[in-house]
Design a protein around this ligand. Structure first.
Ligand SMILES: O=C(O)c1ccccc1N[C@@H]1O[C@H](COP(=O)(O)O)[C@@H](O)[C@H]1O
Length: 224
């Protein structure tokens, strides 16, 4: 009969406009994501992200998202944007991810069932901890290994690895309609959303951001 003892953290991802960043902070986002993955419709240049970073309120994290970007690009973003967290969606190794001296989240592709022996197949808790010992946590997203995220699709939450002892963020197709149920079903450390708070790719909708935060808070206050 108890409500949760902590609040679910909220990461809003894929910003392209400083005004949206300012509003997201006012509404209660804990982290704001900037996408540097080559294939993304929300991709921004380091200079644009740097301007948006200046719109961040205190105590809100700036997260830089990559997918198999060259090390030189990651270094350039770290130098110009000063993110507090990195997020890697590709086949990056632990050594690569930690080499920038910034804490990182490793995204895990939960969208398909890869062949045994491929990197995506190693999704069990023990394998993930062994493969990414330096990760601050994991981000479980709906894309398949090798494909881009931010698709607005959910994945089968029953496939979340049992026994993860690092914090994890639930991502993939979360919306104002399903985030309440998603939190009660999976009890994540945090939730991450892009498409579900957008009018179109990269353009955030203030009403949807507000409703999303309200739904997360409603889940946190829910008693079983
Ligand atoms: O947002 C993108 O364009 C993107 C590109 C490449 C890898 C990851 C990407 N986004 C991440 O996916 C989650 C979930 O997105 P959605 O809510 O399903 O649209 C998003 O929050 C980013 O972390």
């Amino acid at each position: 009969m108890k409500a949760r003892m902590f609040r679910t953290r909220i990461k809003f991802c894929g910003f392209t406009r400083p005004g949206d960043v300012r509003l997201a902070c006012e509404l209660g986002a804990d982290a704001i994501g900037f996408v540097f993955a080559e294939s993304s419709k929300r991709r921004v240049e380091a200079e644009e992200a740097r301007a948006m970073r200046q719109a961040l309120a205190p105590l809100v994290d700036a997260v830089a998202l990559f997918m198999d970007n060259p090390a030189e690009q990651v270094r350039d973003v770290v130098r110009q944007v000063r993110p507090s967290l990195l997020q890697f969606h590709g086949d990056e190794t632990d050594a690569f991810c930690r080499s920038f001296g910034v804490p990182y989240l490793k995204a895990v592709a939960m969208g398909d069932a890869p062949a045994p022996g491929t990197p995506g197949a190693e999704r069990g808790a023990i394998a993930l901890h062994a493969r990414y010992p330096s990760a601050s946590g994991f981000l479980l997203d709906s894309h398949g290994a090798g494909s881009s995220g931010g698709s607005g699709r959910t994945f089968d939450w029953s496939r979340i690895p049992v026994g993860l002892h690092k914090p994890y963020l639930l991502a993939g197709g979360l919306t104002t309609e399903n985030v309440f149920d998603a939190i009660l079903a999976t009890r994540p450390w945090g939730v991450d959303v892009s498409s579900g708070i957008e009018a179109e790719p990269g353009l955030k909708d203030g009403h949807l951001m507000r409703r999303f935060v309200e739904e997360v808070r409603r889940a946190d206050c829910h008693t079983d």
